[in-house]
Design a protein around this ligand. Structure first.
Ligand SMILES: [Zn+2]
Ligand SMILES: [Zn+2]
Length: 396
C-alpha cells in the first residue's frame, strides 16, 4: 500500500483525534490532556517515546532499517485564549480557549504520519523524530524541546526538519505553499516607559509631560521604518498598547507602550534592536525626560533552506499535482518558533490551505479568529506529505 492509500484509510481516525483535541483545548506549555491523547494515539506503535520534563511535549523516534541519519517532523499542540464562535459540533468545551490556529490538525496529522511510517518501516533509510510541541503561540515551546534534547533524540542530529501549517483563509483548499529563504517574520517586543514629572495639566511648563514625548516616539518609529530600512528588506513596527494618565487635568508621571517589531533578516533585526531603543531614549532626553526602552527577542526569522524548500515543493507537486503546489510569493508577517529548529537544522515550513469548501478563501475568517474553521478533508494529504518527506529524504 502506498503512503497515500494508508493515509486515506486513517482519515477517520485522524479526524476523531483532531475533534477530541479541538473540544478540549489547552494553552501554553502545560497541556496534559492533549499530551495524553497523543500518547494514546501512538500506543502500540514501534516508537521510542519520551515526554518533556519542563513542558508537556512528546518526542517519538521511529527507527528505520539503518540509523545513520534522521529527519525531524514537527507538529504543534497548543490553543489560544479565544472564545470559540464556530458552532461546530466538536467546538471547544472550555470557555475562552480555542484551537483557532489549527494546531489540533497539526497534531492529528503528525500522529497519522507516525502510523504510516511505522507501516513502511522496512523502507525507511534512517530514523524519524516526531516532535509534538506545546507552547507555539508565544511560549517558545520549541526552544524548551531543543534544550531538552529533541535534536539528539535519534542520536545523529537530523539532516532535515519539516513542518506544515494549515490556513483557514488565503490559500485554496488542499494547496501547499512554500518558498526558499525567509518564510515567516521574526517577531520581537519593544517595551517603552517614558518618565517625566506629573503635575497640573493647566501648567505644563511646571511639569515634564511624558504623554507628548511618548506620542512623538510612536510616530518617529514609523519614520524610522521608512527612512532607515531598505524597502526590499521590510520591517513592521506596530504599537499595539499605549497607557498613560487618569484624567484630563492631570499630567501623569509616566507613559508606557508596547510595540511588535517584525523583520525578515538578521541584519534588520539587529538594527531594530539598537535603533528603536536609541530613538526612544533620545527623543525623551531631547524633551528633558527619560525613556527606558527594552527590546525583547521573541521568535527569530523562519528561514527555509532553499534545497529543502525545493525538495518539499517537488514532493507536493509529484504527489498532488502542480495545481496544488504553489510557490509563496511573499513571506508571511506572522512568526513561528519552528524558527529555532530551522536555525540549527536545514528545514522547511509549508503553508497548507484548509479553508472549508463552502467558504471563499479571500474572505474567510483567518487563523486566530473566533470563527476560523479548518476542513477535516486536508488531514490525509497533509499527513501523507509529512510521511513522504521523511521517506524520500531518508532514501538515497
Ligand atoms: Zn497561531
Ligand atoms: Zn500556528
Amino acid at each position: 500500500m502506498t503512503i497515500r492509500d494508508l493515509a486515506g484509510g486513517l482519515a477517520e481516525e485522524m479526524a476523531e483525534l483532531r475533534h477530541a483535541i479541538h473540544a478540549e483545548p489547552e494553552i501554553g506549555l502545560d497541556l496534559p490532556k492533549t499530551q495524553a491523547k497523543i500518547l494514546t494515539a501512538l500506543d502500540g506503535l514501534p516508537l521510542e517515546i519520551s515526554t518533556g520534563k519542563r513542558v508537556t511535549s512528546v518526542t517519538a523516534v521511529l527507527r528505520g532499517n539503518q540509523s545513520a541519519k534522521a529527519v525531524l517532523l514537527r507538529g504543534d499542540m497548543d490553543a489560544l485564549p479565544i472564545q470559540e464562535a464556530t458552532g461546530l459540533p466538536y467546538a471547544s468545551r472550555h470557555d475562552g480557549v480555542m484551537h483557532a490556529c489549527g494546531h489540533d490538525l497539526h497534531t492529528a496529522m503528525l500522529a497519522g504520519a507516525a502510523k504510516m511510517l511505522a507501516a513502511h518501516r522496512d523502507q525507511l533509510g534512517g530514523d524519524v523524530i516526531f516532535m509534538f510541541q506545546p507552547g507555539e503561540e508565544g511560549y517558545a515551546g520549541a526552544r524548551y524541546m531543543i534544550e531538552e534534547g529533541v535534536l539528539a533524540a535519534a542520536g545523529p542530529r537530523p539532516e532535515a526538519a519539516y513542518a506544515l501549517h494549515v490556513s483557514s483563509n488565503n490559500l485554496p483548499l488542499g494547496t501547499f505553499s512554500v518558498k526558499p529563504g525567509p518564510m515567516l517574520a521574526a517577531a520581537d517586543i519593544l517595551k517603552v516607559t517614558v518618565r517625566g514629572r506629573g503635575g497640573h495639566a493647566s501648567q505644563p511648563h511646571r511639569s515634564l509631560d511624558p504623554i507628548a514625548a511618548a506620542c512623538e516616539i510612536v510616530t518617529a518609529l514609523q519614520t524610522l521604518v521608512t527612512r532607515r530600512f531598505d524597502v526590499f528588506d521590510p520591517v513592521v513596527i506596530t504599537v499595539g498598547s499605549f497607557h498613560a494618565g487618569t484624567a484630563d487635568n492631570i499630567i501623569p508621571d509616566e507613559a508606557t507602550f508596547l510595540a511588535t517589531c517584525r523583520s525578515y533578516s538578521a541584519e534588520s533585526r539587529d538594527r531594530l534592536r539598537t535603533e528603536t531603543v536609541r530613538l526612544a531614549s533620545e527623543i525623551a532626553s531631547g524633551h528633558g525626560l527619560t525613556a527606558e526602552a527594552d527590546y525583547q527577542d521573541e521568535y527569530p526569522v523562519t528561514v527555509n533552506n532553499p534545497a529543502e524548500a525545493a525538495f518539499a515543493a517537488q514532493a507536493a507537486t509529484e504527489l498532488f499535482g502542480q495545481e496544488r503546489s504553489q510557490r509563496a510569493e511573499h513571506p508571511i508577517t506572522g512568526a513561528e518558533d519552528f524558527s529555532f529548529v530551522a536555525e540549527q537544522v536545514p528545514g522547511t515550513f509549508l503553508m497548507y490551505g484548509a479553508c472549508p469548501p463552502d467558504r471563499d478563501p479571500a474572505t474567510a475568517p483567518s487563523n486566530h479568529s473566533a470563527l476560523a474553521m479548518f476542513d477535516d478533508s486536508v488531514l490525509p494529504d497533509g499527513a501523507a506529505l509529512l510521511a513522504e518527506l521523511a521517506l524520500r529524504r531518508l532514501a538515497g
